[in-house]
Ligand binder design. Structure first.
Ligand code: MLT
Length: 303
């Protein structure tokens, strides 16, 4: 049985996972994977526009939002394992993924290891590359600072990297809600995730093997995973398109929601229409068979 709505919870991999599940039962499934250190609510505006035609699921990665932390050390592999078990628990055999930044790292690793489970990919403000040594060193310093100064100070500092300078005047609501998401993440989860991010493996060599449609979106002013990282992936993935989101920083879906949503719809609508056509054409075959049987019966009766 399927549960609909926001903030549903379910036990996966021995911990509670919180998720939202909206849209029609038989529609194609899109799973949204949030960035660090946010949660599923960062996708609210995308879920809203897609839920009429798609079954849209957004979940909290372990240690974020309302999901439990569990007992295992965090890693991208563990997050991928959680995702696959989550899909299994929901009996979803195939889905499209839309992941931003850390969500993109998870999506890239998930498709590398389980290509048969995915039918399309949206990679937002992300990269297939690992951290440069200086980024790794900054992450370790950040862990020390969180332990010493707490989450409040960390939240203020990270907002500057996540948003473009203009967004600080035009997107104040989005900035406050991101700050709240960060403040609601525990110190333990922040530090464990920073370690997982710095230890992540490259997924670039698997890019030429991806054979589902891929949309790559990146904020024009993304300073964490800049447009060059997206161009690199686009050159390696056969069936991919790249769109740079005007004026946005790292959180392109929040900073220029209109353009971001328009690109999502342009990408996903044909997938939905094709699936509808397949359903319609199989319905047509059933109807044709029934009509043939009926006309045979009628011709017997008239003998
Ligand atoms: C994110 O938005 O998920 C993070 O910026 C990822 C990272 O720090 O590598």
């Amino acid at each position: 049985m399927r549960y609909f709505g926001n903030n549903i919870s379910m036990v996966v991999n021995e911990m509670v996972v919180s998720y939202s599940d909206l849209g029609p039962d038989n529609a194609p499934v899109i799973i949204f994977i949030h960035g660090f250190p946010l949660n599923k609510s960062m996708w609210n505006k995308q879920v809203e526009v897609l839920k009429d035609n798609f079954r849209v699921i957004a979940y909290d990665i372990r240690g974020h939002g309302e999901s439990d932390t569990g007992n295992d050390p965090f890693s991208i592999d563990l997050f991928v394992d959680d995702l696959i078990r989550f899909m299994n628990a929901l009996k979803i055999h195939k889905a499209s993924l839309c992941g931003l930044s850390m969500g993109g790292y998870i999506a890239l690793k998930a498709i590398e290891d389980n290509s048969e489970r995915f039918e399309a990919l949206v990679l937002c403000d992300t990269t297939c590359k690992t951290d440069l040594p200086k980024v790794k060193a900054t992450r370790l310093k950040t862990i020390e600072n969180i332990i010493k100064n707490g989450v409040f100070k960390y939240a203020d500092g990270s907002l500057k990297n996540l948003f473009s300078p203009e967004s600080f005047t035009t997107k104040q609501d989005e900035i406050s809600s991101v700050k709240e998401m960060i403040m609601n993440t525990s110190e333990l989860s922040l530090c464990s995730t920073l370690l997982a991010l710095s230890a992540r493996q490259r997924t670039c060599t698997g890019l030429p093997e991806i054979n589902v449609p891929v949309l790559i979106l990146v904020g024009e002013k993304d300073g964490i995973t800049p447009p060059a990282a997206s161009r690199f992936m686009q050159e390696k993935i056969k069936n991919s398109t790249l769109h740079v989101i005007e004026g946005a920083g790292h959180l392109s879906n929040l900073e220029n929601m209109e353009e971001f949503n328009q690109q999502l719809q342009l990408f996903f609508d044909p997938i939905y229409k094709n699936q509808q056509n397949v359903t319609q054409s199989s319905e047509n075959t059933v109807l044709r068979d029934l009509r043939n049987k009926l006309s045979m019966l009628l011709s017997f009766r008239s003998i």
